[in-house]
Design a protein around this ligand. Structure first.
Ligand code: HEM
Length: 175
């Protein structure tokens, strides 16, 4: 028995977006990249990140009312606990990344071009001090998120390739 189709879709949309957001975020903040490239990447990162904020809120809301399917009986209690802790951590860090990014940009008085283009105004006023804190939170939390993703992907690969115990097919394919 696997996850329902909405959970699967939200999971794989998250994967696609986050796998763009992290490399783009890391690259666009480097010194010495061409100005036009950097501008384009910032627009992409801010726009896609704002869309992701909606995706993660939808995901959390859906998860609140839909219990995950049971794990196979072969999974040891310590492993169940570890999996649940990593999943909870991923939700928290994804939310922190999306919210801190949005707060950093809007309270810094910077535009989110994709949202402006469809007439969505910034939801927060300019607040320099808040923007600075959000920027630090965004930069620090990325390390936690990357660590959790490595653990999560490692565990999924172990179950899918080594143990082949049906854990992977709870979430794959997307539909
Ligand atoms: C899943 C969501 C997100 C991920 C995984 C993510 C990831 C990253 C990463 C890895 C960096 C590089 C930070 C560093 O190396 O110090 C970064 C920087 C940045 N991100 Fe995000 N980000 C997300 C959401 C957002 C959102 C929603 C916005 C704005 C709407 C945003 C705006 C920025 C900005 C402006 C920077 C440049 C650093 C700064 O000025 O503070 N991010 N992001």
């Amino acid at each position: 028995m696997g996850y329902d189709v909405v959970s699967r879709l939200l999971h794989w949309v998250t994967v696609l977006i986050v796998f763009v957001m992290i490399p783009v975020g890391l690259y666009m903040t480097q010194d010495g990249i061409p100005r036009a490239t950097q501008d384009g990447l910032f627009k992409l990162h801010k726009g896609l990140g704002s869309i992701f904020l909606l995706v993660i809120l939808a995901r959390l809301a859906w998860r609140l009312f839909h219990r995950p399917p049971p794990l196979p009986a072969s999974i040891a209690p310590a492993q169940r606990w570890a999996a649940e802790a990593v999943h909870a951590g991923l939700y928290v860090f994804l939310l922190v990344m999306a919210v801190s990014g949005y707060v950093r940009v809007t309270t810094g008085g910077f535009p989110i071009e994709w949202l402006n283009a469809i007439g969505i105004p910034p939801l927060l006023p300019k607040m320099e001090a808040v923007s600075k804190v959000a920027s630090i939170v965004h930069a620090v939390a990325k390390n936690g998120l990357i660590l959790l993703i490595l653990m999560h992907v490692g565990a999924a690969a172990y179950h899918g390739i080594v143990r082949r115990d049906g854990v992977m097919s709870r979430m794959w394919p997307p539909v």
